[in-house]
Design a protein around this ligand. Structure first.
Ligand code: MG
Length: 249
């Protein structure tokens, strides 16, 4: 069931989203060679709890950390570890959320550790741009397929693979609500976009094929071909005034 939010609910949710965005920014600023992914996770955790919010992913289905930190050929759901050091040239995707006032915010971004290859930069730039291509289509009266189609077209026309096994989603009173928001689709198809809908749009884009596999740890998702992956996400409200990015700070 798709839950539409009132203006008052959106205002409450915005507060959770601003904390999510601030935590992501702080975590991203800590990305550099020699830093462990556990240290970055702690920065995100402390940022969220000091503001009276709760890390949305911590203990969610047993996930053991605040942030998912996925490096290079890891797509999503990487588990932070004190033994996992970031290296020069790594492409580091961080995904995290916060809950405040009973509402959730969810966002992700890919960060460069030191100097990254031109190929890595192009993939990261394209993935970020595709997020905004999708957000532009999050307008009342449209369809969920308009969003996915825009992301897919943008990325595939540049030679990249769209991950299909994982999707964006509704977000609000729960971290995952209806509807699913795939990064592929057909214009005019899928759930109708209505004012008050709040969705996480999150392109997961691979340098090669979109095929992925889950590691034996039960969480980490990697590209099947071992090539790079990037991930950007915003929580977006569909309103009568167009899309509003709630996790924009
Ligand atoms: Mg999400």
């Amino acid at each position: 069931m798709i839950l539409l939010k009132t203006a008052n609910e959106l205002a409450l949710m915005k507060e959770a989203c601003v904390i999510s965005a601030g935590a992501l920014k702080a975590a991203g600023e800590a990305v550099q060679p020699g830093v462990s992914t556990a240290e970055i996770d702690m920065i995100a955790h402390d940022y969220i709890v000091r503001r009276g919010a709760k890390p949305a992913f911590l203990n969610y289905n047993g996930f053991p950390a605040t942030a998912c930190i996925s490096i290079n050929d890891e797509v999503i759901h990487g588990i932070p570890s004190s033994r996992r050091m970031i290296k020069e040239g790594d492409l580091v995707s961080i995904d995290l959320g916060a809950m405040l006032n009973g509402y959730f915010g969810d966002n992700a971004a890919t960060f460069a550790a030191g100097r990254i290859s031109p190929e890595a930069k192009r993939l990261s730039d394209t993935t970020r741009e595709s997020l905004y291509e999708g957000i532009r289509m999050a307008v009342a009266g449209g369809r969920v397929g308009d969003i996915g189609s825009a992301v897919q077209r943008y990325c595939e026309s540049r030679g990249y693979g769209v991950v299909r096994d994982f999707t964006g989603h509704g977000v609000g009173k729960a971290i995952h609500e209806d509807p699913p928001v795939p990064n592929f689709g057909t214009p005019g198809r899928g759930a109708r976009l209505l004012p008050g809908m709040t969705i996480a749009i999150e392109p997961m884009i691979n340098e090669g094929s979109g095929a992925v596999k889950v590691l034996p740890d039960g969480w980490t998702v990697k590209t099947r071909d071992g090539k790079l992956s990037a991930h950007f996400e915003h929580t977006v409200a569909v309103t009568t005034d167009g899309p509003v990015i709630l996790t924009q700070i």
